[in-house]
Design a protein around this ligand. Structure first.
Ligand code: GDP
Ligand code: GDP
Length: 436
């Protein structure tokens, strides 16, 4: 299922990031640098009643050195490209400004639904300030207050009304969907071309999906694959495409639609901070991950180099211990053919179900080997473990008191599960629940 995407647009200081944070709520992310730097987070999942969706704060996408008007113009373009529903945000205290009119003019070009919100209506007496905004031509303005959390329910009801009908699953279950993510110039599109240029690869379809994504379907040895968002890897020449935030946004969207994520690193430049961040998102999203070290052809190497680089990768990507590393060259095609079997393998592991009886034996043996922690004389008791879902494999451990479960013990159990079953390439999740 693809979640609908909502984008917030509007000139600076109308309250976009305030509203974004209100809607997103408290979501902790292990890859965010510094909590509180609101503008670092421009894309998130969110919920309203029964609706799950994703939301973009376009105000956080700065377009280089462009002048202010050009920035908001580009941000509105991004919203029109990426979103299913657009929230056009204005400031009731200042009335309609010429910058609002410029945003409106751009948004007139879109066929996508636009919901107009007037922010900073902090109390009911101020409601009459919204009437001016009818002039923008987007129907009834919704009065809201980001700082007081007022009116958001009505606004989100209207937004949700405009969500596209759920078209169900995009691709059948047995198709392996993967994406290549990484900084610009690591070699993503070269790798795609190398894949598709392999002997016996039959490209069946290059499908334009909604929201500007282009996926490539192909078959190899009777297995169907879809490369998610190949368009995102090829530049179309829009100004904002080269900005870092936009490429992260595209990567997040591609990750979400994939089963397997190939995190592509550039052997020429080595590992950089941004690589970790991008990989962190794939891990958090619970996707199978393969680390692809590209441009191996230009790395100066001797017989020790591969071990050395492997060690370095493991040090930088501690949270991806489970991810296989493949050294390739898109240019010489060295080992590109070796990637497909790895994709097949991790994809299988990602959707593997294990038998409850075997699983519980593994857990019992683990507890016998390393007794569960105690706290103030009380010992954690593990009653029963069951796998509740796949993609990623998720286990529920029923215990006497979840408070007694420590992170380190959870890690220990995870490692035992990994030793017993082949979960290479996939994150696994362990949830501790009280037995009722
Ligand atoms: P952005 O540039 O559009 O993302 O705007 P921000 O979210 O950074 O908000 C700009 C300023 O407006 C900040 O000082 C906010 O605290 C303030 N602000 C946001 N929402 C409200 C509101 O509902 N009422 C009032 N009075 N101030 C608000
Ligand atoms: P993208 O931005 O990640 O899609 O990267 P591209 O595929 O456009 O590649 C960026 C540059 O790196 C291009 O000049 C490619 O020819 C070059 N490149 C890509 N893969 C390799 C490789 O394996 N070896 C070498 N030497 N160059 C490569």
């Amino acid at each position: 299922m693809t979640k609908p995407v909502v984008a917030i647009v509007g000139r600076p200081n109308v309250g976009k990031s305030t509203i974004f944070n209100r809607i997103v709520g408290e979501r902790v992310s292990i890859v965010e640098d510094i909590p509180g730097v609101t503008r670092d987070r421009i894309y998130s999942s969110a919920e309203w009643l029964t609706h799950d969706f994703n939301i973009i704060d376009t105000g956080g996408i700065d377009i280089g050195e462009e002048p202010f008007l050009e920035q908001i113009r580009q941000q509105a373009e991004i919203a029109m490209d990426e979103a299913d529903v657009i929230i056009f945000l204005t400031n009731g205290r200042e009335g309609v400004t010429s910058a609002d009119e410029i945003v409106a003019k751009i948004l007139y070009r879109t066929k996508k639904p636009v919901v107009l919100a007037v922010n900073k209506i902090d109390n009911p007496d101020m409601r009459e300030m919204i009437y001016d905004f009818y002039a923008l031509g987007f129907g009834d303005p919704f009065p809201i207050s980001g700082s007081h959390g007022l009116g958001l329910g009505d606004l989100l009801d209207e937004v949700a009304k405009n969500f596209p009908k759920d078209e169900g699953q995009e691709y059948p279950d047995d198709v392996i969907k993967f994406s290549l993510i990484g900084r610009p110039n690591v070699g993503k599109s070269s790798l795609v071309n190398a894949f598709l240029g392999e002997d016996r690869v039959i490209v069946s379809d290059v499908a334009g999906t909604t929201r500007d994504a282009i996926d490539t379907s192909y078959t190899y040895e009777e297995q169907e694959y879809v490369i998610i968002d190949t368009a995102g890897m090829r530049k179309k020449g829009k100004v904002y495409e080269t900005t870092e935030k936009y490429s992260v946004l595209r990567a997040l969207r591609a990750i979400e639609r994939s089963d397997v994520v190939l995190v592509v690193l550039n052997g020429e430049e080595g590992i950089q901070e941004q690589d970790k961040k991008i990989a962190g998102y794939a891990h958090e999203a619970g996707k199978a991950v393969i680390i692809v070290y590209n441009k191996w052809d230009i790395v100066e190497k001797d017989e020790k180099t591969m071990n050395k680089v492997t060690k370095e990768i493991r040090e930088h990507f501690r949270f991806l211990e489970y991810a296989p590393i493949v050294f390739v060259s898109a240019k010489t095609k060295q080992r590109v053919h070796a990637l497909l079997p790895v994709i097949n393998r991790v994809s299988e592991n990602h959707s593997m179900r294990v038998q409850s009886s075997v699983l519980n034996e593994v857990i019992e043996d683990a507890v016998a080997m390393n007794p569960a922690p105690t706290d103030k004389g009380r010992r954690l008791r593990l009653y029963y473990t069951t796998q509740v879902s796949v993609k990623p494999p998720t286990f529920v451990v029923f215990v006497n008191d979840p408070e007694l479960m420590h992170f380190s013990y959870e890690r220990f159990l995870e490692n035992r599960i990994r030793e017993a079953f082949d979960f290479e390439g996939t994150p696994i999740r362990i949830i501790t629940r009280a037995r009722t």
